[in-house]
Write a protein that binds this ligand. Structure first.
Ligand code: SIN
Ligand code: FE2
Length: 225
């Protein structure tokens, strides 16, 4: 249709976005009790591996999210050395908290991958935080899906194609939802446009001042075997 308006329709076909293969949204995968148990694990992990605010490579510009990790490897970034995986927290020098069993079980159920995830990045979005469009590039095991869990406030998640600046689609992710970026979608741009502040009561002010959203992102980093 090449952009020509079709009589009787509001949208023309040039607006069409085809969802990349391997993308899956599993709404309400975790019920409220399971969400609470995951948040409790994040709080416990953050006692030994506190949330910190990482910096972009080269510019040193701070990210708008705070981070910690679970698992033998954790994703980190700083001005001097950039994006990478490290076995220890950049500020304490201590290992990350172990990967929770619930997350290993989720991975086995949805990743369709023959080895375990090595990293679970914990992103804490404040009400004003966003995540720019990006592709996850820092893993060797590019054949493994990325599996993520949304907890707390709703977020507008945006998915595009393999090239920057192409067409995108967006959807609202709610607490307990799971997203799987497998197959072709593993190499597609994605990001978070905004958080909907106050849309969930899961994150207590005691542990998460100002509230917001937690996203857990599991990844296989090294090639198994
Ligand atoms: C990410 O792509 O790193 C996070 C996605 C999300 O927060 O849902
Ligand atoms: Fe990502």
């Amino acid at each position: 249709m090449g952009g020509a308006t079709r009589p009787g329709y509001i949208a023309d076909m040039s607006d069409a976005f085809t969802m990349p293969g391997g993308f899956r949204l599993l709404p309400g995968y975790f019920d409220r009790a399971a969400q609470q148990a995951l948040i409790d694990l994040v709080v416990t992990a953050s006692r030994s591996a506190p949330f910190w605010r990482p910096a972009m490579p080269r510019t040193g510009q701070p990210l708008s999210v705070q981070m910690t990790n679970f698992g033998p490897l954790g994703w980190v970034t700083d001005k001097a050395k950039g994006y990478r995986y490290e076995a220890c927290h950049p500020e304490t020098g201590q290992p990350w908290a172990p990967m929770p069993d619930t997350l290993l079980t989720l991975w086995r159920e949805v990743s369709d991958y023959p080895a375990e995830p090595e990293a679970c990045l914990v992103n804490w979005y404040a009400p004003t935080s966003k995540m720019g469009m990006h592709i996850d590039w820092d893993e060797e095991a590019t054949d493994a899906a990325v599996v993520s869990v949304s907890l707390g406030d709703k977020a507008r998640f945006r998915l595009g194609g393999p090239k920057r600046g192409g067409k995108t689609a967006s959807m609202v992710l709610s607490s307990g939802d799971v997203v799987v970026l497998g197959g072709a979608s593993r190499r597609c741009y994605h990001g978070v446009d905004r958080i909907y502040p106050g849309s969930s009561t899961l994150l207590s002010d005691e542990h998460f001042p100002g509230g917001g959203r937690i996203n857990l992102t599991m990844r296989r980093v090294t090639i198994p075997g």
